[in-house]
Ligand binder design. Structure first.
Ligand SMILES: NC(=O)C1=CN([C@@H]2O[C@H](COP(=O)(O)OP(=O)(O)OC[C@H]3O[C@@H](n4cnc5c(N)ncnc54)[C@H](OP(=O)(O)O)[C@@H]3O)[C@@H](O)[C@H]2O)[C@@H](O)CC1
Ligand SMILES: Nc1ncnc2c1ncn2[C@@H]1O[C@H](COP(=O)(O)OP(=O)(O)O)[C@@H](O)[C@H]1O
Length: 273
């Protein structure tokens, strides 16, 4: 039985990249994002919004036309031309069965980059094709599909299934749920428990992907030097997400854009501690 270490706000604060006076947008980190689809364009908007609110030098969004238009309407800060990136966020709001050729090509190019890559939802079939360090962000149903189990089996012992998936797949696993379990092939085991159940709402996981993508892009060099850093960044994202949900909720229902809107204040409070 693995022991999972609780990830606290004090732990999380150590994993926020503070911009320095000499920084520019490129040196802070560029997150490449391929998410969303005609069927689920909102997932792209939520992920980009959350990434920008977490703090990153640039979000380079390279998804389909419809989500691109919606992302730009909501966030003209996003750059939609190809170019340099330091980490990738792939798969939220995509359906592997509906993927067209152009999307497959863009995903393949991203996966061949050798960069740290966060893979969510409709990108999870691509785990084995990534050439860089990988972090996956499944919910119980998605992890069940990936490891060939049932959702009920995963739900009955999520911590153990997160460990098993990390060991079998050789990637860092962030398993979503009321508690967020993070397991890495190097034996790192972390749990984050700051999220209120009000966060169980459609799109919350897409926002988590954006928060995590931004943290990875702003720590790309650290991850290249030590892929074990991905687990600590994953747990930090879960803590930020949970604390932001607590603010957006204030004890009542929340909407995901309000969770993203709360992220900058959560981070400001963390770094002030
Ligand atoms: N605004 C947008 O654009 C949004 C877009 N979105 C995008 O939609 C796409 C489809 O994602 P999806 O999770 O809805 O369906 P899918 O992967 O087929 O899983 C279904 C299976 O998994 C289970 N299951 C589901 N959730 C679970 C959970 N939290 N915890 C535990 N189990 C859970 C469920 O089990 P059941 O309850 O049926 O037994 C069923 O077996 C994806 O690309 C996503 O990014 C969403 O993010 C919403 C907002
Ligand atoms: N009962 C719960 N309590 C707290 N957080 C939850 C609960 N259920 C889900 N969450 C969180 O909400 C998010 C849901 O993500 P996900 O299942 O991928 O939904 P979606 O695909 O709709 O974005 C995850 O970050 C998860 O940890």
């Amino acid at each position: 039985m693995s022991t999972f270490t609780d990830w606290t706000p004090e732990d999380a604060r150590e994993h926020i990249a503070m911009p320095r006076a000499q920084d520019d947008k490129y040196s802070r980190g560029v997150l490449g994002v391929i998410t969303g689809s005609d069927a689920y364009p909102g997932a792209a908007v939520l992920g980009v919004e959350a990434a920008l609110r977490t703090g990153v030098g640039m979000v380079r969004y390279l998804g389909d036309d419809r989500p691109t238009q919606l992302v730009l309407q909501r966030r003209p800060e996003a750059v939609t031309a190809p170019g340099r990136v330091q980490a990738w966020l792939l798969g939220s709001g995509m359906d592997a069965a509906q993927r067209d050729e152009a999307t497959s090509r863009r995903l393949a190019a991203a996966l061949a980059d050798g960069l740290p890559t966060v893979i969510d939802a409709g990108g999870l079939d691509l785990i084995g094709r990534a050439s860089g360090p990988v972090l996956i962000t499944p919910h119980f149903g998605e992890l069940a599909r990936v490891v060939g189990a049932t959702k009920d089996q995963v739900a009955s012992n999520p911590a153990a299934w997160a460990v098993r998936a990390a060991e079998e797949l050789g990637v860092t696993v962030l398993l979503k749920g009321h508690q967020t379990f993070v397991a890495a092939p190097d034996g790192t085991r972390i749990v984050a428990s700051s999220a209120p159940p009000w966060l169980a709402t459609a799109g919350a996981g897409d926002a988590l992907g954006g928060i995590l993508g931004a943290l990875v892009a702003t720590h790309s060099a650290e991850v290249a030097a030590d892929p074990g850093a991905l687990a600590r960044l994953a747990a930090t994202a879960a803590v930020i997400h949970g604390l932001a949900a607590g603010r957006a909720s204030a004890g009542g229902p929340l909407v995901v854009l309000d969770v993203a809107a709360a992220v900058p204040r959560v981070i400001a409070d963390l770094v002030r501690r």
